[in-house]
Write a protein that binds this ligand. Structure first.
Ligand SMILES: [Zn+2]
Length: 94
């Protein structure tokens, strides 16, 4: 929760957008940006499909850590470094 999302800006009394700039459907929080936003969900799906990974992207019911730990268990050992990279780079790019 260190990123300057709208909810954090609001808590500090700073100017912020009322809704997510990617979907304009919900308040911008880290949870929304990484797990719930339709744009993020499509991004996860496209990246995992592109890499031929059979694991599903994180759902809005998970935390990112819960998803990563579960996905790691279900990923063959040779692909785990790739999964770790995706688990870090995808949120960064979103
Ligand atoms: Zn959104």
């Amino acid at each position: 929760d260190r990123c300057w999302t709208a909810d954090r800006l609001a808590r500090r009394g700073l100017q912020h957008q009322p809704r997510c700039p990617l979907c304009d459907q919900a308040p911008e929080t880290m949870r929304h940006l990484l797990l719930e936003c339709p744009f993020a969900r499509q991004t996860w799906h496209e990246i995992l499909s592109w890499l031929w990974m059979t694991t599903a992207g994180p759902s809005h019911e998970d935390s990112l850590m819960d998803w990563w730990l579960q996905a790691r268990q279900n990923t063959p050992t040779l692909m785990r470094k790739g999964l770790a990279s995706i688990a870090l780079l995808t949120p960064w790019m979103i």
